[in-house]
Design a protein around this ligand. Structure first.
Ligand SMILES: *Cc1c(COP(=O)(O)O)cnc(C)c1O
Length: 497
């Protein structure tokens, strides 16, 4: 299997190289030259999560030796890293199925991919002739940063730097990152929003002087953001796992189609669902759920992508994004793999902040629907789900559940529907208490979690309760213009760039 660039059809590299590079030289993202077929899902009935991961990832990562791949999978999906034996269990709650993706080490769905990405990169590095050391740089809207730090800290020959928006993450998310241990890690708060952080990362990738300076030290830049193909491929696995589990419990008949609702930010998670569908998973509709930053809702409904609007800070900060990186891969596939179309649309986005998709792209998008949820609807949903179903959901999952209501109302489609549940409610405990109309002005972050726990009779994930009393190692905030400077100080290089 080769990987091509979304912006240059002449690029063709194997999985290991794509993993190490993260992004193509001309700025495009790596995509599989064709999406492999997975065969009938009934044949996967005996497979546990790890077997499924081996089967699905193996279809894309054909340059990994069988033993290399199984080592990566066994090191990632085990009892040390996941608190639930199913890894991604499914919970039926009234008329919908929640796919719980938050049982990993940092209590967000990012763990599903970031617990394995470090092993993929480490394996690729060991057999690489071109690269000796990797510097991972990552912009985060809250969850990626911690999950990446947790995965990469103290891994040999890898350094990792994480940039997060000072006011754009929850208190617990901030604490998770500021207390990160490891000699090879660097965490920086940025006076700006997530898009500023993401832009800084892209600019660093494109900065020749900086890249030469680190290449002199035999360091290669890479990314733990979902622009890295090593994030996307493992995310396909849990959609198959969800389907197989539903078949096992008798919730589906062989071949019966499902809908999938995904709370979406950078379009990575829902893109993985699209790949699963293309591989042969029986899927009827993909439903893209946004919060009040509804750029994607507009795009899917009109074909016009327009980032020229104010970013709103919501209670679902991991979705507060105006430039959705992975949408580039989606429009590449919708255009019939036409890199020249993508290059020109991305150029429009960079120069004008807006593009209008081609008719081909619009016609091909008919299996995806999109709606968004307001802050008020999210709050009501959390409250009502707890009161009537005794089920506690986080703010991001609530966005998806509101959107599913809107879809049902509009279409009356009774296809069984899976909702990607992307974070533990405890990461957003104050917002949850707000939704439940409970005052918490006098409570610190830990008391807020304890209140939620006693109220709902659910447990605080240990990785969150154990943050209490941990030493703050990174409390620095940087202007966005100074990000590169700060990074260079951490690395001990000076590119004068
Ligand atoms: C990252 C994240 C999302 C958005 O996922 P994308 O792959 O960026 O679309 C949604 N919810 C939570 C909790 C997240 O951490």
């Amino acid at each position: 299997m080769k990987f091509k660039s979304t912006r240059d059809s002449s690029v063709s590299i194997n999985a290991k190289e794509a993993l190490l590079k993260g992004i193509s030289d001309e700025g495009g993202l790596f995509v599989p030259e064709e999406i492999p077929r997975a065969g009938n899902v009934e044949n996967m009935m005996e497979m546990k999560y790890r077997d499924l991961a081996y089967y699905i990832c193996g279809k894309f990562m054909t340059d990994f030796e069988p033993e290399e791949l199984s080592n990566c999978i066994n090191s990632a999906y085990n009892d040390d890293n996941f608190s639930n034996p199913y890894i991604a269990p499914i919970r039926k709650v009234s008329d919908r199925y929640f796919l719980e993706l938050f049982h990993g080490r940092t209590s967000a769905f990012k763990d599903m991919a970031l617990s394995i990405l470090p092993f993929f990169i480490d394996t690729s590095l060991k057999t690489s002739e071109n690269y000796k050391e990797i510097l991972i740089i990552t912009a985060t809207s809250g969850d990626t940063g911690k999950a990446a730090l947790e995965g990469f800290h103290d891994v040999e020959n890898i350094k990792i730097a994480v940039f997060y928006p000072e006011d754009g993450v929850s208190a617990i998310q901030k604490l998770q990152m500021q207390t990160q241990v490891g000699e090879n890690v660097f965490v920086l708060g940025v006076k700006g929003n997530f898009d500023d952080c993401q832009k800084a990362v892209k600019d660093i990738f494109a900065n020749k002087g900086f890249n030469e300076a680190i290449n002199d030290k035999k360091i290669q830049l890479s990314s733990a953001n979902s622009i890295n193909i090593g994030r996307l491929i493992p995310q396909i696995v849990y959609y198959f796992s969800a389907y197989v589990n539903m078949l096992r419990y008798g919730e589906l008949k062989n071949g019966e189609k499902i809908n999938i609702v995904v709370p979406t930010g950078n379009f990575g998670n829902i893109l993985a669902a699209y790949y699963a569908k293309e591989m042969g998973l029986p899927v009827n509709k993909l439903i893209c759920a946004s919060n009040e930053n509804n750029v994607l809702t507009d795009f899917i409904n009109t074909g016009i992508y327009d980032k020229n609007r104010e970013l709103v800070l919501t209670s679902s900060p991991s979705m507060d994004i105006l430039v959705s990186s992975n949408l580039e891969r989606f429009i590449y596939h919708m255009s019939g793999n036409d890199s020249s179309v993508v290059a020109s649309l991305m150029d429009d986005l960079n120069t004008k902040g807006i593009y209008n998709a081609t008719e081909t792209i619009k016609d091909n998008m008919n299996f995806i629907d999109a709606y968004y949820a307001t802050e008020k609807e999210v709050k009501n949903k959390i409250l009502n789900t707890l009161l009537s179903e005794k089920y506690l959901i986080d703010t991001h999952t609530a966005v998806a559940s509101v959107v599913y209501d809107k879809y049902l109302k509009k279409t009356n489609d009774r296809t069984k529907t899976v909702i990607a549940s992307t974070a533990s409610p405890y990461k957003f405990a104050s917002d949850i208490l707000d939704a439940l109309e409970l005052n918490h002005d006098d409570l610190d972050d830990f008391e807020v979690m304890e209140k939620l726990s006693s109220l709902t009779n659910t447990e605080i994930p240990v990785n969150l309760s154990s943050l209490k009393g941990k030493e703050i190692r990174f409390d620095k905030y940087s202007k966005k213009e100074d990000i590169l400077n700060n990074l260079e100080k951490f690395l001990g290089v000076n590119s004068n760039a």
